[in-house]
Ligand binder design. Structure first.
Ligand SMILES: [Zn+2]
Length: 281
């Protein structure tokens, strides 16, 4: 097992990751004290910060502080967040490869807490394939409980080079991600204002199949668009689908800047269902 870590730009990361090589994601060094690994984690590190300045201290957000479980793995993630956008990879690098993204909007807290819960949950699980988790896209936004990054909506910028969401999509393409779930929350009386799953039928029809599955399994409303990139240009989901990476956006009903046990659990269930769709767990 590799007990090493490196903090690298996405470009170095890419150089280190021949996608088809088992443990290709794990070519990492040097040693860093205090990081605890489990046998099924093949990469744990930070990326993006040199170009996009995403780093932040998540614990400055008191809601996050209240709800994050205090485990060594959680501490690792918080540590990595102070260096950039954290990413944890479970499995062996093989297909199917599923990516879980949270925190595109920094003040949508249930999904971010749920993704840390998912990381702790997967630690001891057998993984059939590969799971890549980005729990906080922009730790600096999450730390300040702010929706935007540099006053910009990251869910409109995934097609704009140099932005954090663009870099995440770039990574998803290089890693040949099969399925991507982008997890948000939505305020009461906002659009959509309900637990829901967004998808589009073209050009990646499996987006619809995946959304139907999650909708049925989690009692989330199904919201279908015919074509990606029209209503939500630059969204993570749309940009992924346009790149033929099957993607959905999952929403839970929760006021911004807040979280509750129930909303965290709902988001967690949506994430688990995404993994079950590909029989990863
Ligand atoms: Zn959002």
């Amino acid at each position: 097992m590799l007990k090493k870590i490196v903090f690298i730009s996405i470009f170095v990361l890419v150089l280190c990751m021949p996608v088809n090589a088992v443990n290709g994601l794990g070519l990492i060094s040097p040693d860093t004290d205090g990081l605890v690994w489990s046998t099924n984690i093949i990469f744990m590190g930070s990326f993006l910060d040199s170009g996009t300045q995403t780093r932040g201290n998540i614990l400055e957000n008191l809601v996050m502080q209240e709800y994050l479980s205090d485990t060594q793995l959680t501490r690792n993630i918080l540590y990595l967040s102070r260096l950039g956008t954290p990413m944890i990879v479970f499995g062996n690098g093989s297909e199917p490869r599923v990516m879980v993204v949270a925190g595109v909007h920094g003040n949508e807290l249930p999904a971010q807490i749920a993704s840390v819960k998912l990381i702790n949950y997967l630690k001891d699980k057998k993984i059939n394939g590969t799971v890549i988790i980005v729990p906080f896209v922009s730790p600096t936004s999450t730390a300040k409980n702010q929706r935007f990054w540099n006053d910009q909506n990251l869910n409109t910028l995934a097609d704009k080079p140099g932005t954090p969401t663009f870099q995440i999509l770039k990574l998803a393409k290089i890693l040949k991600i099969d399925i991507l779930g982008d997890f948000h929350s939505t305020q009461p009386n906002a659009d959509p204002g309900r637990d829901s799953v967004f998808c589009s039928k073209s050009p990646t029809p499996e987006s619809y199949d995946l959304a139907v599955y999650i909708s049925q399994q989690t009692l989330s409303d199904l919201i279908v668009f015919e074509n990606s990139g029209i209503e939500y240009k630059g969204a993570v989901e749309d940009t992924a689908n346009l790149a033929k990476i099957t993607a959905v956006t999952c929403e839970v009903l929760s006021p911004h800047g807040m979280a509750q046990k129930e909303t965290i659990e709902k988001s967690f269930t949506q994430m688990i269902t995404l993994l079950k769709y590909k029989k990863i767990i």
